[in-house]
Design a protein around this ligand. Sequence first.
Ligand code: F6R
Length: 607
Amino acid sequence: MCGIIGYTGRRRALPILLEGLRRLEYRGYDSAGVALVSDHKVEVIKAAGRIYVLEQQIDPHMPQTHGLGHTRWATHGAPTDINAHPHTDAENRIAIIHNGIIENNRVLRTYLEQLGATFRSETDTEILAQLIAHFYEGDLEHAVRRALHDVTGTYGIAVVCADEPGVIVAARKGSPLIVGVGKGEHLLASDAAAILAHTTQVVYLDDGEMARITPDELRMTTLDAIPVARGAEEVEWSLEQIELSGYDHFMQKEIFEQPDSLENCLRGRLDLNEGAVRLGGLVDCTRELTRAKRIVMTGCGTAWHAALVGEYLFEELVRIPTETEYASEFRYRNPIVDDGTVVIAVSQSGETADTLAALREAKQRGALTLGVVNVVGSTIARESDEGVFLHVGPEIGVASTKAFTGQVAVLAMIACYLGRRKHLSPSAALQFMDALAQIPEQMRRLLDRADEAETIAHHFHDRENWLYLGRGYNYPVALEGALKIKEIAYIHAEGLPAAEMKHGPIALITKGMPVVVIATAGVQYEKILSNISEVRSRGGSVVAIATEGDSDIKQLADHVLYVPDTVEPLQPLLTSLPLQLIAYHAAVQRGCNVDKPRNLAKSVTVE
Ligand code: F6R
């Protein structure tokens, strides 16, 4: 959740650090700070609030070529100037930035207090700064290593010392860190977006590893000082992908990117001549996968909704019992993982703490694990046995949009890949693949009419309670539509399987309450029409999402948004788009900060 950047080289560090912090802004934060090192002195400037508040307090000409920057999301202590990072030891010789939680912070604090230490902030990070100083005898790397042996909890840290010019020591356990390799310089970051402007060559740190960087050298070791040899990898993302490029918000840009992002996701994977899905990441485990007795999909939030679509897809196409579990529940409830259980972790960032913990739990119990992840090099991608990347490009907006459609598309491809090896006939597989290949073009057509969703948002944005109803494959889409409008427009909404409405929630329907009903063509179409009538007869205002050509529905619904026709299992790839647009425009009209919704951060790396 917090953002980390470090620089050591020959250029001025400050502009690089501030630019990196701005690029990390999308992750959400409540304070920011920098530490700059030169002339045996560490200078720390930090402030609660946005980056511009910090900038107002800094001399922009500071000449140092070595420093750290941090955006903080408060966990221990309120978001104040004092609690902002970097933190220093009592003598201001050592400065540290930290992402994570030091769980035994009270024990460490008491220990240091007994030795005479006093603390300026309420943070666990300041305790770590003082602990490192306590062990410092002229070798920062050694002091950090020694201190971390006494620490339990999670961390991605970067540390500098007044007496070691050009040196940054970093360590990771549970929070992502990468080293960027430049010419005569090294950078350190929690997220590739922070350093992409300077280098695309990165080395990923694994849990339990440390790095010592200087302008000309990167040295990696384990926490126990065993050398680690790992080469740099190329980051595929471009600078353009992480910029607004004329859009007002990243969420808007990412909604409109979906035809292209989905094309990238499908590229080279659908062989329509041979009628085969090609997924390189599954080749080594195909035998084991087809023999699986049970599949568990896991994830959080939007990724969980995509996984739920995946459950329906797998049961229909692969015919292996499949269930979807919230990662936070799976990890703690002593799950049954038999021989033949496959666990699929779905995550955009690949860093979500609960999803990662669920993956580790599953692995430890002997399951074959697959990652369906967007961020290459992320922890879930690295720790799962096999997997398939989304390839939808960086998702910066806090509300997940293009990652959702990418996740559904990847799960659809895996289902078809395995289905063909079980009972799916070549013609049925080909028909499915053909429909999938058409989705990007259908999305383009749908987005050409985006103003219709904007009109709906305009009409209803002042209503505080909404319902979203769907059946079958569109039930998870109803959940997703409700989540989108909750998180960015701060409207209370519930997503339900349409038939459940009668079992209680129908009592909520009052005159004019917006009820979004996904009523596309399919086996349950007649049933959903009955649900629409029930809502109307209680005075609710129905916004139907319907299949192009369905003119009858206009008689029943108050408003209709049309989506192109496709096979039922792939409808979520189209029906989710109008719901994203409604949420986006409702948020804009309510004056909400679309890309930085309150209380939310992009990547939830703590529990
Ligand atoms: C909602 C949203 C979140 C994420 C969830 C999982 O728009 O973005 O619900 O889907 O925090 O994140 P990842 O996919 O990174 O594991």
